[in-house]
Design a protein around this ligand. Sequence first.
Ligand code: CS2
Length: 477
Amino acid sequence: MSIELKSAPEPAVELPQLSRSLRPSAKAPVRIVHLGLGAFHRSHQAWYTHLSADAADWGIAAFTGRRPDAALALAEQDGLFTLVERADGGDSFTVVSSIVEAVDGADVQRLAELVAAPATAVVTLTITEAAYRLGADGQLDRTASDVVADLALMASGSGNPTTPLGRLVLALAARRTAAAGPLAVVCCDNLSNNGTVAHNAVVGMAGAWDAGLAGWIDANISFVSTSVDRITPRTTDADIAAVQAECGYRDNSPVVAEPFANWVLSGDFPAGRPRWEDAGAVFVADIEPYENRKLWLLNGAHSLLAYAGQLRGHTTVAQALADPLCLQAVEKFWDEAEANLSGPDGNPAELQIPAYRAALLARFSNARIAHNLAQIAMDGSTKLRMRAVPVLRAERAAGRSGAAAALMIAAWMDDSAAAAAFQDPLASEAAEANRLSGAERIRALLGLVDPALAGDPAVVELIADLCGTFGELAVFP
Ligand code: CS2
């Protein structure tokens, strides 16, 4: 007979918190200013900068968007955080040290000071697709309520702007006043021609405030286009606990990402840049083929899985992909997208689409990465313009139906009927549209994504027929 000895539970040992004294690392001088301090910035641009051979010369000052929380948590750790690379076979941990200042986005004065400093050479942006406030015509929507509010504040000089665009424009005005010279703005949001989008949004906002500033920006600021890629779900409490258990310190801001990362850039850096190529970044003359490959195949499939998957009762990308109905929809969409992808110099073989598709299936099925469909589903009216509309248009121009791309839009419409969970810059307009019925409802919802397509009765009919394919979440009251 064995005797079980019961001992009192060990008192919890308070582990030291991650900091630069715990993990000695010098602070590089600030030469990059980032807007949109979130998990993706840390797993991507901050990680590329950390791995550059000249990392000691390139510190990042990163500003949050709406809330200060991420900056407060990171500032407690001198900007250090753990990147957990989560593969099917296990985790690996790296302490990333390129962020040297983490600042509340509301501190517009500090932003202006840093952007106006001659040492600052690069401004990177991950402010979300929707934050560029572009209308369906590709220009800044000057009627958007937050744009109107910021322009009024800027005109009266009575307060700080609250949108990332307004804040950036104010900071660029400070650089102009300081005569600190040109720099590069690098858009890292998932938009086609994102350099042009950022240009149109920033110059649009500046021009509505001060035409001279808009002219100065045009002459001095280089807008670099990029295609960014790394699947980075939101950090959970379990992730924080895993880092603590594995690394022997407390880190309140770890970030979890897949091992894969990709960054393609195109444009000028008039004041220099880090050697991001050391970490695998690629500089190209013509970015469009790479951008379309990523936006259509990866992000397009993501959005399709997000809407279809939620309608089918799934929570994560891996779960949705394991559902044959969702997988089949993705494969069909990929076939349509692939038919319209031309490679650099018109050579599609360069894009290695079969290998890219196979790699995506493996990346999406990584069940250790719990990538929530609800996170991807947000801001659909903006995302679908990049992910579904170009494929649908190209298919129809080629005389085909574009049914697989149309199905993504139909699933978004079905999803939008679940008003409570539907997060979108046009959520109230979508709610209005959902009060209509039949073709009128479809036309109104499609008009939020692409007014021209909404004017095509054949497209409206196609989408109407496809609605309900994955079931319905709720009937709008
Ligand atoms: C996703 C992207 O949330 C989304 O819309 O499609 O964040 C995606 O995970 C990244 O672009 C991957 O690089």
